[in-house]
Design a protein around this ligand. Structure first.
Ligand SMILES: *[C@@H]1O[C@H](CO)[C@@H](O)[C@H](O)[C@H]1NC(C)=O
Ligand SMILES: *[C@@H]1O[C@H](CO)[C@@H](O)[C@H](O)[C@H]1NC(C)=O
Ligand SMILES: *[C@@H]1O[C@H](CO)[C@@H](O)[C@H](O)[C@H]1NC(C)=O
Length: 373
């Protein structure tokens, strides 16, 4: 994680050098000026972090997460997932999730809620049982009713179905798909639309940020639901990137437009950009470009409503445990100094030369959605 601050200074770009010494107005402040609804960061409850081997108290972290203007939105990283929210059939547990959601309310952060139907971090009882289609349908309906109903009115958006696709765009094998076929998507979205009519209903996946068969698979899901008259409001681009091989801004723009043309909004929902650690200058430069491309595309395309990074502090990232030898994926180093990529995000959010949504045009997002045609 460590990277010396003196060599980092060399990476600062000219316009930002002019800002040196001035406190940043905060990424969320800049995002709103650029016409987005929010710039946010996912976060976990201290209990979940402790379970992962961290201390429970991180005052400096809390200051940035809750008190600064960096983030106007948050997503509970884990607490609302099935494993934690319905660990036994019919026994709901909102303890961990509520720690994050109540902090969000107290500190006036928009909430994205995550994730109702997902094959991973699923409670074992769901996978261990041989269900008939009718039984599993009831299990899904009960889960969505219980969890979404509990947080009714609190969430700007819900990830209703997460990661239903394989890399080739076909449906992923899971207890849901194997038992119900694509009906599981219809059941999930139909139920969600009844339980919280005000929440935006999202399909969320990774590797759908560039044109290709998997992004087409996600478009197919949008059409499948819309053709049946079932509400889907958004597609979440998770955006877990690798510094060395990240998508171009044009890739992002054409993918986002591919979705908005279908009449749904888009958000970057879990953005991070990993690299080999210890981070090298080259890695950090590529990372800056990756962040800038994603955020810049979101600013430029009407219908892209916001960007969420998957936590903001490197030690709390999901990357190091899952990809050994990789990390430094977020915007704050272990010592709470900022990555050069932070400046990349600022540049993308303040790129007023573009024909983007521009200053102050953020209020009319739902109308702007149609401009994608
Ligand atoms: C609910 O979850 C919390 C936090 O993980 C745990 O301490 C508590 O025992 C759980 N409650 C029940 C009834 O299992
Ligand atoms: C990474 O940097 C830290 C801090 O300077 C150092 O202790 C560690 O040995 C380095 N690791 C590698 C693999 O170079
Ligand atoms: C900045 O605006 C220019 C002009 O519209 C555009 O070509 C470029 O892609 C934008 N850059 C970013 C990072 O948004």
């Amino acid at each position: 994680m460590y990277f010396s601050t003196s060599s980092l200074a060399l990476l600062a770009s000219a316009p930002l050098a002019a800002l040196a010494g001035k406190p940043s107005p905060g990424l969320d402040t800049l995002a709103k000026k650029a016409g987005l609804k929010y710039f946010g960061a996912a976060t976990d409850s201290p209990g979940q972090r402790e379970r992962a081997g961290f201390e429970s108290a991180y005052p400096q972290y809390d200051e940035i997460m809750w008190k600064s203007r960096e983030f106007g939105q948050t997503t509970p990283t884990n607490g609302q997932k099935w494993l934690f929210s319905e660990p036994k059939r019919g026994e709901f547990n909102f303890t961990e999730a509520t720690i994050v959601t109540s902090l969000a309310h107290k500190n006036h952060k928009t909430l994205r809620c995550h994730a109702l139907v997902w094959h991973s971090q699923l409670a074992p009882w769901v996978e261990e049982t041989e269900w008939t289609p009718e039984e599993l349908e009831q299990v899904i309906v009960d889960h969505i009713t219980g969890v979404m109903g509990h947080f009714k009115g609190e969430c700007y958006a819900w990830d209703v179905v997460n990661e239903a696709l394989n890399e080739d765009g076909t449906y992923r094998s899971s207890v849901f798909y194997d038992t119900l076929g694509e009906d599981f998507l219809k059941i999930a979205f139909r139920t969600a639309s009844k339980i919280d009519p005000d929440a935006k209903l999202y399909y969320n996946d990774y590797n759908i940020e560039s044109p290709g068969v998997k992004a087409e698979g996600a478009q197919r899901i949008v059409r499948l639901l819309k053709d049946e008259g079932i509400r889907i409001d958004g597609v979440g681009l998770q955006a877990h990137f690798v510094a060395e091989s990240h998508p171009t801004i044009d890739d992002h723009i054409s993918t986002i437009k591919g979705f908005t043309k279908l009449g749904v909004e888009v958000a970057f929902t879990e953005l991070d950009v990993r690299m080999q650690v210890n981070a090298t200058e080259k890695g950090l430069v590529l990372q800056k470009e990756a962040y800038k491309n994603a955020v810049g595309a979101c600013v430029q395309v009407c219908g892209c409503v916001g960007v969420t990074i998957w936590d903001f502090y490197d030690p709390f990232s999901w990357v190091p445990p899952v990809f050994p030898g990789q990390g430094a994926a977020l915007l704050w180093f272990e010592d709470f100094t900022k990555h050069p990529a932070y400046d990349g995000v600022v540049e993308a959010l303040t790129n007023n030369t573009g024909k983007g949504k521009g200053k102050g045009k953020g209020k009319k997002r739902s109308v702007n959605l149609l401009e994608g045609y």
